[in-house]
Design a binder for this molecule. Structure first.
Ligand code: DLL
Length: 433
């Protein structure tokens, strides 16, 4: 079901005029209220009155994560704090978090976008949503919570963790929808095996998984293990949280970006030049309806591509491919660029391996080396040592061929690597150590 039929299926021309109108309003707003934007626009000699078409977007400067840090915590808000009813923050790996704020109307907009998202993923009134995204400063938990209520579904605000209890309630309350990171979905399915609870004892139908990269083969694994349709959802705190784009349950093929609220662009991360539809590059967003914390050409660092081919669900908005990774997560090993998600796709294709792995980057002498630790299943593990060694060699060979760099592979005992309740931490960098 399409939640906002009028907007989600808007003909392109009407959508673009709406975007231009909203863009102009947003630019007027930030220019008048946020010194950072006024200065940046003045420097480029752009004034809100110059914004009359989508092409004019190119005249605006980019905003980066470090701009957000330099304006920590509230200096990019367009309103005094007493107009802001909610704060969220995303923790960076280093230093201060990125802080975002919402007015009452922003919360209303976000909830509507999340109702739209859930609906696009096949959730209906009458569904029971087990919301295992973390509640707190992270936008996942509360974003899904408000959206589920808005849609009229029954939401269980269980948050992440406490996996046994999670499964018990899933069975007792008859949850039909599971929302969490894909890595936590795996952790849950593994715990079900351990407890001897088969998927037939649950009523799960759909999983809405995101907040971290995951591969198509991981989707198949999770779908089989839980007996569900698994759809990909993308978003980031700076832009609104979850509710930026999602796959439709009909096609499960690319994520529809809610273009009446956000304008996406793809740029070459080095030259910063815009790239045409179909080409892979860095995703950039401009918000069109946010009040407290609009963002102008925000560089996400996420790598993907956009495409306009019509979708069978009838939505007219542009789609994005699944995000392969963040430009800052890209590993450069002996001059070769490697995304952790490439390694995941490759491993998932090999029989006998489990979807639990860790990528360790080491420095030996002056050279960087990759080591991949991956769990094997019980039957492989109890096989003869000789066969384990053969499998190890085979994985090494496939890694070398596909990644273009020699990799050490260590097959490890089932259930020995770390499990995750929120975003997975797959890469361990031992170079600085
Ligand atoms: O992760 C918002 C969210 C919550 C999205 C729940 C989906 C579901 P942040 O903590 O600010 O916000 O992290 C945003 O996570 O820039 C991407 O690098 C990554 N990310 C989010 N969704 C996906 C996805 C939330 N489906 C950062 N695939 C983003 C790949 C994703 N990466």
């Amino acid at each position: 079901m399409i939640w906002d039929e009028e907007f989600e299926t808007m003909p392109r021309e009407a959508l673009e005029s709406l975007q231009v109108y909203r863009l102009r309003k947003t630019i007027e707003r930030v220019y008048a209220t946020v010194p950072f934007y006024k200065e940046a626009f003045d420097k480029r000699k752009v004034h809100p009155s110059n914004i009359n078409s989508l092409a004019d977007l190119q005249r605006l400067p980019f905003t980066t994560k470090s701009d957000l840090r330099e304006n920590y915590p509230f200096k990019l808000f367009t309103l005094p704090l007493h107009e802001v009813v909610r704060i969220h923050a995303s923790s960076g790996t280093t230093g201060k978090p990125t802080v975002v704020g919402y007015t009452k109307r922003d919360i209303e907009t976000w909830s509507t976008l999340m109702a739209r998202t859930l609906s696009c993923a096949g959730v209906r009134k009458g569904d029971v949503v087990q919301n295992a995204y973390g509640y707190g400063l992270f936008t996942g938990g509360l974003g899904f919570h408000y959206g589920s209520e808005k849609l009229g579904a029954t939401v269980i605000p269980i948050s992440g963790g406490n996996t046994k209890r999670q499964i018990m309630l899933m069975e007792d309350f008859g949850s039909t929808v599971l929302t969490c990171t894909p890595s936590y979905a795996l952790t849950i399915s593994e715990a079900m095996d351990e407890l001897g609870i088969g998927k037939d004892r649950l009523r799960l139908r759909v999983g809405i998984f995101g907040a971290e990269p995951w591969s198509q083969s991981m989707r198949q694994q999770v779908e089989n293990k839980l007996g569900i349709d698994a759809v990909d959802i993308y978003g980031l705190s700076e832009v609104i949280g979850p509710g930026v784009s999602v796959e439709c349950i009909e096609a499960k093929n690319g994520l529809h970006i809610f273009e009446d609220h956000f304008i996406p662009e793809i740029i070459d991360p080095d030259s910063q030049e815009p790239l045409p539809y179909g080409e892979e590059g860095e995703l950039v967003f401009t918000s069109l309806t946010k009040e407290a914390f609009p963002v102008i050409r925000y560089r996400t660092r996420d790598i993907t591509r956009l495409y306009m081919e019509p979708c069978k669900c009838g939505r007219t908005h542009v789609r994005m491919d699944r995000v392969t990774g963040r430009s800052d997560d890209m590993l450069i090993i002996r001059g070769v660029n490697i995304f952790p998600s490439q390694i995941e796709s490759l491993l998932m294709e090999i029989d006998g391996l489990e979807p639990h792995y860790q990528i360790v980057v080491k420095r030996e002498g002056t050279l960087d080396n990759l080591e991949i630790r991956i769990e094997v299943n019980e039957s492989v593990f109890s096989d003869e040592i000789k066969n384990l060694e053969l499998l190890e060699k085979r994985v090494e060979k496939e890694c070398k061929e596909s990644l273009g760099v020699a990799t050490k592979v260590k097959l490890v005992e089932p259930k020995t690597l770390q499990r995750f309740e929120g975003k997975a931490q797959r890469v361990v960098d031992e170079r600085g150590a």
